[in-house]
Design a binder for this molecule. Sequence first.
Ligand code: KMH
Ligand code: ZN
Length: 274
Amino acid sequence: MQPLIITTALTGAETTIDAQPNLPITPSQQAQTAKDCFDAGSTVLHLHVRDDSGNPTQSLERFSDSINKIRTAVPEIIIQMSTGGAVGESFENRMEPLKLKPNMATLNAGTLNFGDEVFTNAPADIERLVAYFNKVGVVPEIEVYESGMIDYVAKLVKKGLITHTPLHVQFVLGVPGGMSGKPKNLVYMAEHLKEEIPTATWGVAGIGRWQLPCAIMAIVMGGHVRVGFEDNIFYHKGIVAKSNAQLVDRIVRIATEYGRPIATVAQTKEILGL
Ligand code: KMH
Ligand code: ZN
């Protein structure tokens, strides 16, 4: 089995400081969190940023501030920028931070209900984004919320529009309105991906109460794991986690007990083709 890549989605766009008082918001807080999570064993940072009021933003300047501080604190960490942003953000704004040429960025593979809102990713916008990724030379991580999105991505691969190999797919399971993180769903998604894009690697971001069970399954199944306050704010039911690093620590302990090694930066780059 491949070494386990642990991604930390440290801030997100939806989590509030009221719900999770330890949410890193400022560039300095994000840099400290990046260092703590890297020291704990996480080699990839899934990055959203906030403005001074704590609201989600796709501002180039704010991304630049955060990335500069993160790079100073922990130069080795792989930064994966969000092009998903917050629900309702315009596609133009969502694409904006790619100008900073991150190591990697997310590419959301379709539209779904997202709580009471709609997270819109129209085919024309996705294909525009794919072309931009290719032009700027950013490696995509494909965010997939249900199985039809795998078929759509496979079509883009077959058409030669998505060219990066091995393609890395993140199953995001448990969004209210999307596919849940039940074990049978994850097994199905992994098998379906294998049929459609045999060379692809995958990770799973379980939302809310699905974070831990999905992570444990991925450790056993040979997938990779995403944890962090973007997806889940709790350590146990009703107990708010102390830090993102606490969630990383738990995954490292479980994987180590199971006998799956944690990926180093070099191994992460090799697996992701960075
Ligand atoms: N905030 C979600 C609506 C991504 O980062 O690419 C979308 C999201 C996906 O977080
Ligand atoms: Zn995100």
